[in-house]
Design a protein around this ligand. Structure first.
Ligand code: ADP
Length: 216
């Protein structure tokens, strides 16, 4: 499948994307994970992105498009891809449209994960992430804790709170989402490819997405 997941920070894009990859072998492409990996590895890209990310602002579109243009042409994308956290602005959506035309690829669906604001806020403050850049498994201190000594159950690395998960950065990320990313809901509605799913259960969201794709 070729799917875009839209939704506020904390709406569950990462969790849903990981579940969808098990479904048909499509790859999850998370620009947030790619950027955090680059910051941790101290690459040029990481150095450019770090400040924006820690403040909860968006990384410039040109950097993101450079990453995505290369990423979508890697061989593992042949089976399909789930875009998690991209596009995040109208210029990114326009650039993606052109890129897909160039690569002769069609999207199956754009999904809007519609989750109440209180749920999103609660999830962001209780979320923890595996510090291993190749794993980045998501935990939650209430609903899905790591091991008793704070390690990742998948790879054994330390599980940490992200640098942008302070109250200040979370507030900024939600503002940025409303201003820059929420307009994409109308953008894709106009294109006729949008499906909104209002559920807080990842399993229910996954079933909704797979049913919508099968029904096409
Ligand atoms: P969340 O969706 O929970 O905010 P992500 O992991 O998707 O978190 O993104 C973390 C940060 O990485 C964002 O706040 C932003 O600074 C940067 N980022 C990720 N994807 C993009 C993108 N497509 N465009 C611009 N910045 C991005």
């Amino acid at each position: 499948m070729r799917v875009i997941l839209l939704g506020a920070p904390g709406a569950g894009k990462g969790t849903v994307a990981k579940l969808l990859t098990d479904y048909d072998g499509s790859v999850q492409i998370s620009t947030g994970d790619i950027l955090r990996g680059a910051v941790k590895a101290g690459t040029e890209l990481g150095k450019k992105a770090q400040g924006y990310m820690e403040r909860g602002e968006l990384v410039p579109d040109s950097l993101i498009m450079e990453i995505m243009e290369a990423r979508l042409q890697e061989p593992d994308c042949k089976k399909g891809f789930i875009l998690d956290g991209f596009p995040r602005t109208v210029p990114q959506a326009d650039a993606l449209k052109k890129l897909l035309q160039k690569l002769k690829l069609k999207l199956d669906l754009v999904v809007n994960l519609d989750v109440p604001k209180e749920v999103v806020l609660d999830r962001l403050t209780t979320r923890r992430t595996c510090s291993n850049a190749d794993c980045q498994e998501i935990y939650n201190i209430k609903s899905k804790p790591p091991t008793a000594d704070g390690k990742c159950k998948k790879c054994g690395s330390k599980v940490v709170q992200r640098a942008d998960e302070t109250e200040e950065a979370i507030t900024q990320r939600l503002l940025t989402y409303n201003e820059k990313t929420a307009p994409l809901i109308d953008y894709y509605k106009k294109e006729g490819s949008l499906k909104t799913i209002s559920s807080i259960s990842s399993q229910e969201i996954v079933s909704g997405i797979t049913a919508a794709i099968k029904g096409k």
